[in-house]
Structures are given as structure tokens and as C-alpha cells.
Design a protein around this ligand. Structure first.
Ligand code: DC
Length: 228
């Protein structure tokens, strides 16, 4: 039987990763976070001292030799950059901005999309990102667009960063988020948008538990329609 692919797209901070990870565990599916792949490329560019916003040629030349591998650990996904486990380094504000910058470069996207499509071939998966339903896996069995107000998203991301001991003001998180929303939606190649056939779920004001229940309920309903 063919594997089932559930795709979850949406803007930064909508809770995609947290909610998708819990939903995947509950459904017994493999969780794949595609944002972490763009973050790994952003990290590589930062380490090389590249201006990610303006020097696309330098980022493209980095892509020739880069090796990004994904492994599934007990608590989710591990990301290897050129053989090194960089999972713990991917969530800083600098890496977030660099990831958004490099994700506008078609050469970066094509390489990562090929990896994402390979990973989606065999297991039942929940894959989250920006363009998964519209570009990477347009024929996915279930497509969700998860969103929330910018205030809610900034607050959520600010809480996450504080828990990790990363000190930034709420205003800074909010303005980074607005920068990324604009960047991610305005790029020419595979921008963030609601895919054809996607269900929109707005988590504004919801607790994590409510959002997870809403998502799992929607997925199960879709899977029932699909198996009829
Ligand atoms: O989901 P995230 O915040 O970890 O993603 C980091 C950046 O990567 C985000 O600003 C946009 C980009 N991205 C993308 O362009 N396409 C994806 N499928 C996933 C992420």
C-alpha cells in the first residue's frame, strides 16, 4: 500500500513544529521538519561569514559541497551538516533570519526539495514547511495550512526562546517574524501560500492542547474521507 503524506504549511511561529511533532507521534508517523534544513544551510553560510541577504552567489557556491542529512532520534529529528549534528544550533534568531534569506535562492530550494521528496517516499509522514503542499508534494493525501495572528506567533516564539535561555525582546521577535513573513511570502520561487485543497487551521488564542486536538481531528477526518 502507498504511504500516507500529511503536509503542514504556514508562517513562522504558528506552532507548526511543536504541533506537527506531537500529531506525528500520536498517529505513529515519521515527523520531518523542512525548516531545519534551510536553517542548516543558513548556519553554514553564517559560519562562512557570508552576507546571506545580499551575497547569493556565495551561498550558491556553498551548496556544491554541502551534505545535509536527517536522522530520526527518540525526540524527533536530528540534522547533520557535513557530518556534524547541528540540531541544537538551529533555533537562534541569527539562524532564523539567515534561513529565511537563503530560502529565497532557487538553487538552495532545489537541492533541499530533492532531499524532502526522497524522505517522503517510503514512510507515513507528517512534513512541515512553507511550500510542501503547494510545491514539494502537491499530491499529498492531507494538506493543512496552520496559522495564527502575528501577536500570538511572536509571543509563542518569544516564550520558546526564553525557555532555551536565548534572551531577546518581544519587539525584536515580532519584527524578525514580520521580516520573515514578508520574505517567505514575497519570494518568486515556491513562496509561502495556501496550497490548493489545503484546510486552513487558525490557532489564535488556542492552548497547545487545543491546537493539537484540532489538528489531529482534522487529519483523522481527512484520512477517513480518503479511505472511503
Ligand atoms: O519553519 P522554520 O521557521 O524553521 O523555517 C526557517 C525558514 O526556512 C523560514 O523563514 C522559511 C524557510 N522555509 C522555506 O522556505 N520552506 C520550507 N519548506 C521550510 C522553511
Amino acid at each position: 500500500m502507498k504511504n500516507i503524506r500529511i503536509v503542514i504549511d504556514g508562517p513562522a511561529g504558528a506552532g507548526k513544529s511543536t504541533i506537527s511533532k506531537i500529531a506525528a507521534k500520536e498517529l505513529g508517523f515519521v515527523y520531518i521538519d523542512t525548516g531545519a534544513m534551510y536553517r542548516a544551510v543558513g548556519l553554514k553560510a553564517l559560519r562562512a561569514g557570508i552576507d546571506t541577504k545580499n551575497n547569493h552567489a556565495a551561498v550558491i557556491s556553498l551548496m556544491d559541497g554541502v551534505a545535509i542529512d536527517i536522522k530520526h532520534g527518540g525526540d524527533g529529528q536530528l540534522v547533520y551538516l557535513d557530518g556534524e549534528d547541528v540540531t541544537a544550533e538551529l533555533r537562534t534568531p541569527e539562524v532564523s533570519i539567515a534561513a529565511s534569506d537563503v530560502s529565497a535562492i532557487p538553487e538552495v530550494r532545489l537541492k533541499l526539495v530533492a532531499l524532502q521528496r526522497r524522505l517522503a517516499e517510503k514512510d507515513n509522514i507528517v512534513m512541515d514547511g512553507r511550500d510542501i503542499g503547494s510545491y514539494v508534494l502537491p499530491d499529498a493525501e492531507v494538506k493543512i495550512f496552520l496559522t495564527a495572528s502575528v501577536e500570538d506567533r511572536a509571543k509563542r516564539r518569544h516564550d520558546e526562546l526564553s525557555e532555551k535561555g536565548i534572551q531577546v525582546s518581544l519587539d525584536e521577535v515580532r519584527s524578525d517574524m514580520e521580516y520573515r513573513d514578508k520574505n517567505d511570502s514575497a519570494r518568486d520561487f515556491a513562496p509561502l501560500k495556501i496550497a490548493d485543497g489545503a484546510m486552513v487551521i487558525d490557532t489564535t488564542g488556542n492552548s497547545l492542547e487545543q491546537s493539537v486536538d484540532l489538528l489531529i481531528g482534522t487529519i483523522k477526518e481527512r484520512l477517513r474521507c480518503f479511505s472511503r
